[in-house]
Write a protein of this length. Structure first.
Length: 70
């Protein structure tokens, strides 16, 4: 966030990761669980950041559109 000025946009792709972030862990193939965990942690961190406004576009694998507000 330090590199983004107030009013600047950040766009993150693949935040829904094929819907797997909403599935129970046992429904996700074992080979994908570690990456899924990182995607979920990123989503949690970005949604808790009070410096940004966040919109999730559920297009394809999901896209977060963030605007730094301060």
């Amino acid at each position: 966030m330090k590199l983004v000025r107030p009013g600047g946009l950040l766009i993150y792709d693949n935040t829904l990761w094929g819907g797997t972030v909403c599935w129970p862990e046992e429904a996700v193939h074992e080979s994908k669980r570690e990456l899924r965990k990182h995607v979920m942690e990123f989503n949690r961190l970005i949604s808790a950041d009070h410096r940004i406004e966040l919109v999730l576009a559920s297009i394809g694998d999901g896209m977060n559109i963030c605007r730094r507000i301060f």
